[in-house]
Structure formats: structure tokens, C-alpha cells
Design a protein around this ligand. Structure first.
Ligand SMILES: [Ca+2]
Length: 212
């Protein structure tokens, strides 16, 4: 009996194996799992075209005699040429109008300086003040433009731009937030020439304007 049971068991096993082989042959080969797809991107909401930011506009010229057209060669109207500087009006080679300013530093007295106070109209605080000037004849960093607040001997520089050494007229621009001036403080527009610069530096078309 034991031998029969073993035989049956073996037969059964064979049948099961054969059956599974047949069935396996009929069944579709298991599909290889597809690679996981990245989650579908959410449809991006249609971006509404943003209206272009309007270019910042600036108001009237705040400087007097901004193009150096008024004055005598040695007395330039509205501008102060500090004693360390030799400044003369030139009637040739101007970038704007008929005249420009020729500026040279006195090597014994430090920086050459040309400046004018800017009268800020009421309601200027928080607006942008944009200063510009054209300069010719300066090598890199030989001359510069600065906006500064002066109170007695104390000076606080708000913005500065230096020459890059361009061969022709170069525009220097400096912008700052219009300051709240306390009593005794003055906002100055200043052009500086480094000590010892011998080549004449020409200055023209200065400008200081407030954003609207
Ligand atoms: Ca001019």
C-alpha cells in the first residue's frame, strides 16, 4: 500500500507539473512592468500678459546752468569750483550747446571739485533723484560724479559713479533716494577730479532730476 501511495503521489505531482506547464504555455507572458511615469504635469494656468512696467519718468531739471553755457571763462554761473581746481568755460568742443567746462585738479591741493547745491522741492522725499554728467578726457577712475549730503564738515555720500576711461564723451550716472534734509543739511551735486590729473577734463550737460 505504501508503494502505491508513493506512486499516486508522484503521478499527481507529474500531472500538476504538466498541467501547470500547459497552462503556463497558454497564459500570456507576464508583462514587464512599465516604468513609472512621472505624474502628469498639471496644466499650467494661462498666464495673463503682465502690463509692461512703464519706464520711470523724471521731472524738470533741478540744476542751474546745467550745460555750462552761462558765465565768464573764470566765473561759471551757479557752480562752485573749489580752490583746489582750475575750472574754465570752453567755447570749443562742447558736447551740448556752445560751451563746456574744462576742469583740472591742482596737484598741490588734492581733489578738484565742481559742485552745485540741489534745491529739492517739497514732497521729494522717497522719490529717486537721478544725476548725470558728460565727461571727456579722464582715464578710468580719474574723475567721478557724486550725490552727497553736507552738514558742516560732515559729508555723507549717497551715490557715486566713476569714469571708465572711455575715449570720447562718457555719461556718468548716479541715482539715490531723495533724502529728508534736516536743518543745515545741503544736497550737493559734485564732479571730482583726482589729484595730479594733468590732462584737461571736459564736463558738459550735467543733470539732476526727480522721478515723477
Ligand atoms: Ca554745454
Amino acid at each position: 500500500m505504501k508503494g502505491h501511495r508513493l506512486l499516486y503521489a508522484n503521478l499527481l505531482l507529474l500531472l500538476v507539473l504538466a498541467g501547470s506547464a500547459v497552462l503556463g504555455g497558454c497564459t500570456q507572458p507576464a508583462k514587464t512592468p512599465e516604468p513609472a511615469r512621472p505624474p502628469a504635469a498639471r496644466p499650467t494656468p494661462v498666464q495673463k500678459a503682465q502690463p509692461a512696467q512703464p519706464a520711470q519718468t523724471f521731472g524738470d531739471e533741478l540744476l542751474k546752468n546745467a550745460s555750462f553755457e552761462q558765465g565768464t571763462p573764470e566765473k561759471i554761473e551757479a557752480w562752485t569750483v573749489l580752490p583746489a581746481t582750475v575750472g574754465t568755460l570752453e567755447q570749443t568742443g562742447a558736447a551740448d550747446g556752445a560751451a563746456c567746462l574744462r576742469l583740472a585738479a591742482n596737484p598741490k591741493k588734492g581733489y578738484g571739485t565742481l559742485q552745485q547745491p540741489i534745491d529739492l522741492p517739497p514732497g521729494s522725499q522717497g522719490k529717486t533723484i537721478k544725476a548725470q554728467v558728460l565727461i571727456k578726457g579722464a582715464k578710468a577712475k580719474q574723475a567721478g560724479l557724486a550725490l552727497l549730503v553736507k552738514s558742516g564738515d560732515k559729508e555723507t555720500r549717497l551715490a557715486q559713479a566713476d569714469t571708465s576711461g572711455a575715449a570720447d564723451w562718457e555719461t556718468l550716472s548716479a541715482t539715490a533716494e531723495a533724502p529728508q534734509l534736516a536743518v543745515g543739511e545741503t544736497l550737493l551735486f559734485r564732479v571730482m577730479v583726482r589729484p595730479g590729473v594733468k590732462a584737461p577734463i571736459l564736463v558738459d550737460n550735467a543733470s539732476a532730476r526727480l522721478s515723477k
